[in-house]
Design a protein around this ligand. Sequence first.
Ligand code: 3H9
Length: 695
Amino acid sequence: MTEAVTTTRDGEIAIVTIDNPPVNATSFRVREPLHKLLETLAGDSSVVAIVLTCAGRTFVAGADIAEFGKPAQRPDLRDVIATLEAIQKPTVAAIHGTALGGGLELALGCHFRIADREAKLALPEVKLGLLPGAGGTVRLPRLVGPAMALKMIVSGAPVSADEALASGLADAVSESNLVANAVAFARDRAARGVASVPVRDRTGQIVGADLAAFDAEAAELAKKARGLEAPLACAQSVRNAITLPFDEALAAEREMFVKLVSGDQSRAQRHLFFAEREAARAPGIGKEVAPREIRRAGIIGAGTMGGGIAMAFVNGGVPVTLLEMNREALDRGLAMIEKNYAISVSRGSLSEDAKAERMALFSPTTDYADLAECDLIIEAVFEDMAVKKEVFGKLDVVAKPTAVLATNTSYLDVNEIAASTSRPQDVLGLHFFSPANVMKLLEIVRGEKTAPDVLATVLGVAKRIGKVPVVVNVCHGFVGNRMLSARSDDAENLLLEGASPGEIDQVFTGFGWPMGPFQMYDMAGLDIGWRNRKARGQLAVIADRLCEQGRFGQKTGKGFYRYDNGSRTPVPDPEVAQLIEDSARERGIERRAISAEEIIERMLYPMVNEGTKILEEGIAARASDIDIVWTNGYGFPVGKGGPMFWADLEGLPKIVERLEYWHGRSGKDVFLPSALLKRLAAEGRPLSGYIVATG
Ligand code: 3H9
């Protein structure tokens, strides 16, 4: 292994290079030599200035996340930064790629920062359930002011080199030859003999800061935290930077960091960080499988789903041939896409030029023959097997031999669709989530005959278009919708037995979900489920009655809730309460108060149970893949790590015991614990690290 930290000289300037692939994280193997080297260089009179830079594709992208939760090894990052900051000669961070978390904190320990034109700078610790723990919350406000620091730290979002320059975070932007420019900059500062002021001593931005405005902004952010501790700690720590002396604020930051890093929420979010990267690796698809080249995508259907998928591709720079049955539908779809981009322009997140560039990437058509030039074709037509088969029959004729053919079905049998073509090896499911240009999750459904290179291709495409892919096998509803069915299986009984839609939804939002199941049904439209139930001869007492009254949810202004004057705010409706009471009476059910605990046991435990059945059947490859599906596609709170991680926090023996209890009372299959769940519970083993291949 090469040295993790080396020094070279450009005359009287020392260039310190960190080289710790893949992302130059500040692992112990970096901190120890870096600390020693900085001490040596501080006392070396032949060195007049120091440039700190990194080898490889990026500046330091943070502390080593894999070290969290293990015993701390000194020097820690704070020791390194304190030594760096105490150096009495100019120090310059030369930043390329991404300076993230501990990486940016290290750069803040330098007197100056020069950013490459393409560099991105951020303190994303909040996304790991943390706050920056090496002085970031205390130093950043001193450079960019409390308001911007608060925004950066609570959102974790990156700023560009230009934004860094404008805000004072960077001192210069380098168009090319970053290190040479940083050396020249350092030499100039040293030659001019201007005293370099460490960031800790720069108080101009925080003295006299408007604390009332800060508190108002922080209160707004707190409202959006949904039970997460880290955003609140971030805000508190930036506030400390204004109100406390530097060292006290630093100590308070450390205290909060230590508390968060050992807490369940950060453990959950770190689990998701690694789970997401793991999910992008499909079993059996190694680097030796060469993906096919995707230069153009074809999307069939320009409705809400097709349009959203098309936008996702165009946003990722992939030209799209968009096909509809007739000109009117095509124009309607394109108008909707244009409107969506116009909203982004009006919000300032997209320029007019970028909008025009994106619109120019669409080639609208009503002729299947135009799909011949596409390398990947995705159908997003009506969810009906006969319709899908007809579409694939046409694709089989027009698509080029190397094309990948995908269905966006949410439930249907991908193997049956594939079998309707002469090339089942090229067919698979790509299950996008609505709105497809926004939602991160992509369930990649591997058919029995899907070729490895087809899978490798779509995994690469997913990354290009900014999606989080999870590879699953074929079953009804795949991973996400199958578990969603298990979650709602007993919901109507809870209503009949005494809970109201509002009470159940409140338990969900209290748990950290963005919305409860009944709000979700109203948003999605109750008629879809009604139609499916009728087709399968199934019943849902309350929902069916609502639909019979034309209450289809938000779109009709009434569903499980009322929506007054086109508003999207759900208002409890006494008519629904009456309907539920009447239905209960007709069935001789005596209504009673239902606790939050019972709601969780009867809705979330079956979901966990279904997840274990999915693992037993090998539909998902790892328990952590299921967590990625649920946190990215269905709003499962990230602070709880996904249903499988959360199940471990709840305790598997308790889940088994309660499932058996509810099974005894209801006889329902969803409550019958799977053999896997029972086995892990009995062996005292966790579910969250479970891998199907190794058991
Ligand atoms: C922190 O800094 C705390 C401090 O405030 C206080 C300390 C006291 N550590 O994402 P990729 C691995 S908290 C360990 O696929 P990309 C990653 O697992 C940290 N490993 O590449 C993967 O490994 P593998 C704050 C890390 O090009 C490989 O690198 N920083 C770390 O799409 C490639 O990653 C962050 O939260 C890490 N910090 O994206 C930044 N980072 O190949 C987190 C990456 O075995 N990182 N790995 O699966 C990122 O956002 C992205 O990885 C990055 C590259 C944008 C850098």
